[in-house]
Write a protein that binds this ligand. Structure first.
Ligand code: HEC
Ligand SMILES: [Cu+2]
Length: 317
């Protein structure tokens, strides 16, 4: 195992500076291991070597200048060395390069929302092009959150009323998980998602249409499957079940075609138009027995995503 510069117990390295972060971390880790065992074993040895023996006299010593200087100066040098080692890495990654692509990240109970330079938005689903620097400008709408992408070695508090930033250059194609690393309430553990690192042309396609996945569903005509993906990706699953249990929102099972009673007492038959309106203007018609807590998905759902969701709901008999 390549224990100093390799992964040793750490997640895969997905960004350009992951290696430097790991080297610093593991350097301090192994220094601590050596010091811990050195001190512990020496203590145990001395306890044994100088244990009480009847008649043994301890020599009287007031001090030892050489020793005292050594045990002050050596740790001092180690600390100063560690400081500059850390500072070097910190300075490099404190300020993003000017050509970094900016993605704004908003944390709220309990989801992550991403806004791309062209205004496209996604929830709990982040896409970035490979080998291009990305800068995240982050804020929170409610309480403290913390955006953590272990593979990228990116972790930063997300604070209400303030902007924080991080940047990184993703180098490994594929899926990388991210999560909230600051306990932020009941459903904190649900604040997670996937960062997909993809080739520039796939990223452009994603911005325009929802990506290569969309093409697969379109070509197979599987609208309900496409909708199910949106149900998970856009965070609908944090409030709507598909198995008949009602949580924060009404279940989707058997929803299509049923007669729904609204808070106002009126009734209607659930059809395409009502479903679409419920996504874009959720407060226009509030279902009886539920709070109007559903956020609007205006601008967050593309037309073909809405169509997929409607097909998915229709399929849940
Ligand atoms: C924060 C919780 C929450 C999230 C997230 C959420 N909803 Fe809702 N949704 C509700 C609540 C509460 C209601 C019932 C009150 C109302 O009608 O506004 C509702 C109602 C609906 C209805 C009408 C249901 C009925 O029984 O008539 C539809 C359709 C719907 N949501 C779709 C969606 C879709 C699609 C998403 C994801 C893109 C989503 N919701 C995300 C809370 C949520
Ligand atoms: Cu959080």
């Amino acid at each position: 195992m390549n224990w100093l510069t390799g992964r040793f117990m750490l997640p895969p390295q997905g960004s350009a500076f992951a290696d430097q972060v790991d080297t610093t971390f593991l350097g301090i880790y192994w220094l601590s291991v050596v010091l811990f065992w050195g001190i512990t074993l020496t203590t145990l040895y001395f306890a044994w070597r100088y244990q009480y023996k009847a008649g043994r006299v301890t020599p009287h010593q007031t001090h030892n200048t050489t020793l005292e200087i050594l045990w002050s100066v050596i740790p001092l040098l180690i600390c100063v060395g560690l400081f500059f080692w850390g500072l070097n890495g910190y300075m490099k990654y404190a300020v993003a390069p000017g050509d970094a692509m900016e993605i704004s990240v908003t944390g709220k109970q309990w989801l992550w929302e991403f806004t791309y330079p062209d205004g496209s938005k996604t929830i709990n689903d982040m896409h970035v092009p490979v080998n291009k620097p990305v800068r995240l400008v982050m804020t929170s709408e409610d309480v403290l959150h913390d955006f953590f992408v272990p593979d990228m070695r990116v972790k930063m508090d997300v604070i209400p009323g303030r902007y924080t930033q991080v940047w990184f250059t993703p180098t490994v194609l594929g899926a990388h998980t991210f999560t909230c690393a600051e306990y932020c309430g009941k459903d904190h553990s649900g604040m997670k998602g996937i960062m997909t690192v993809e080739k520039q042309e796939d990223f452009d396609k994603f911005l325009a249409t929802g990506g290569t996945e969309w093409e697969t569903y379109r070509d197979s005509g599987d609208w309900a499957g496409w909708g199910k993906l949106q149900y998970e990706r856009k965070g609908c699953n944090s409030c709507h079940s598909v198995d008949g249990t009602s949580s924060k929102g009404p279940t989707w099972k058997g929803l299509f075609g049923k007669t729904e009673t609204l808070g106002t007492g009126t009734t209607l038959v659930v059809d395409d138009a009502y479903l679409q309106e419920s996504m874009l203007q959720p407060n226009a018609k509030v279902v009886k027995g539920f709070e109007p807590i559903m956020p609007t998905f205006q601008g967050l759902l593309r037309n073909h995503e809405i169509k997929g969701l409607v097909a998915y709901i229709q399929s849940l008999k």
